[in-house]
Design a binder for this molecule. Structure first.
Ligand SMILES: *Cc1c(COP(=O)(O)O)cnc(C)c1O
Length: 405
């Protein structure tokens, strides 16, 4: 059972039937899943949800497209914690307690890619698909390989050859047939797309099938429930393909339609790195589409996405929410990661640290206020990334100089 009525082209509004395998729409744009929100409003309640014992985001199964519970592929998803910044708030110019970190590094495979890929793989299982392929900067491939393996499907993963080594090894270890490509994620995506005919694999690229958005939508549902159905004033989201930003915005729209939330929506802020900021440039130029960003580079591998098929959906969500797009430099990202880890005991990934830098800049520029309740999205565990070197040494054969401690 579910509440899905149909799918809809996000650009043209053309309707597609549910219950069939879909990729992009005929217009070459993402398909969005639509639900009978009136029926959901009638049949579902916050109090019933509060009683749910389903693990992690499966508590929102009624908001999701998987029809048969046995098709839910699970690796032990959890509700991720919201951690207020206390000690490190001064790095941001913030008031302690007003900046919250949603720590997604606790999900299976160590990143929020688990949400989208869990849903997409579960839907692939529902449709009897046997072979999945994906281009990745690391985390999506890892999540896809893990969930596909769990579901007994074959998976093929293509990543840029300069993807962090730990990610590449993680993908292969979790059963993904892994190939390094001498290009960027969009080059990998081209090969995956062209291989559909020749190999017969299903292309599970960001936004090129309809269900990763639905998985990422659970971030918005979960945030709303955790905050007692009172949304924050502003959300800083590190934006690559934008699935999460689009998904959260969709969640808020559906909850509003159902009457579960009211009042002003959060400002959605798309955060990118200065070395790869196509969405920020399009935003600043007043455009809806973002052309390919040449020579994309940043330490924040998860947001090194030079071109996004859902560019207009990201920009529309940012605009409708009264938010903005902002780019931050790599050196500040790494310094912020180290400062927050040292002061707070919270090891952000570089992409998460980018949101903290963006907060600081936005506050200084008067785009937000220090009284605003802000949520920073930490998308992955910091443990997947190279960390600063340790130089302290002790010689057990020498007298220890205890004055140094
Ligand atoms: C994929 C990824 C992002 C970007 O997420 P999108 O929703 O695709 O924009 C950010 N950070 C990390 C660590 C990621 O893996």
């Amino acid at each position: 059972m579910n509440f899905v009525t149909h799918l809809e082209c996000s650009l043209t509004g053309k309707i597609y039937p549910a219950g069939q395998v879909h990729g992009l729409s005929e217009a070459g744009r993402p398909l969005l899943v639509r639900y009978d929100l009136d029926a959901m409003k009638e049949k579902l309640s916050k109090s019933a949800l509060a009683q749910s014992t389903a693990p992690g985001f499966w508590r929102y199964a009624d908001f999701l497209p998987v029809a048969e519970p046995e098709n839910r592929v699970s690796l032990g998803e959890v509700m991720t914690p919201i951690i207020p910044l206390e000690q490190s708030a001064h790095h941001l110019g913030a008031k302690p307690g007003n900046v919250l970190v949603k720590d997604e590094g606790r999900l299976p495979t160590g990143s929020f890619k688990a949400r989208g890929l869990c849903l997409a793989v579960s839907m692939a299982k529902e449709f009897g698909i046997e072979h999945l392929a994906i281009p990745t900067n690391g985390n999506a491939g890892a999540a896809m390989a893990a969930y596909a393996g769990r579901a007994g499907m074959k998976s093929t993963v293509l990543c840029p050859s300069d993807t962090p080594d730990i990610n590449i090894r993680e993908i292969q270890s979790q059963g993904g047939d892994t190939y390094m490509v001498n290009g960027l994620i969009n080059d990998c995506g081209k090969i995956v797309g062209q291989g559909k005919e020749a190999v017969g694999w299903f292309d599970i690229s960001t936004l090129k099938e309809p269900y990763r958005i639905e998985g990422k939508k659970t971030m918005g549902l979960e945030l709303a429930e955790q905050l007692g159905w009172e949304l924050p004033d502003v959300i800083f989201y590190p934006t690559g393909g934008g699935t999460g930003l689009i998904g959260m915005w969709k969640a808020f729209a559906e909850l509003k339609e159902m009457g579960w939330i009211d009042g002003p929506m959060p400002k959605m802020v798309a955060v990118q790195a200065t070395g790869c900021a196509p969405i920020v440039k399009a935003w600043e130029d007043g455009e809806e589409h973002a052309p390919l960003w040449e020579d994309a580079h940043t330490v924040a591998a998860g947001i090194r996405v030079p071109i996004a098929v859902g560019d207009f959906l990201i920009i529309r969500a940012v605009r409708e929410s009264g938010g903005f797009a902002i780019a931050v430099p790599d050196d500040e990202i790494m310094a912020m990661r180290d400062a927050v880890a040292a002061d707070e005991g919270l090891l952000l990934c570089p992409e998460g640290a980018a949101t903290a830098v963006a907060y600081k800049h936005a506050l200084a520029a008067g785009q937000i206020k220090d009284t605003d309740r802000a949520v920073l999205w930490n998308c992955a565990t910091g443990l997947k990334y190279p960390l600063p070197e340790v130089t302290g040494r002790l010689d057990k054969n020498q007298e220890i100089d205890y004055s140094q401690f």
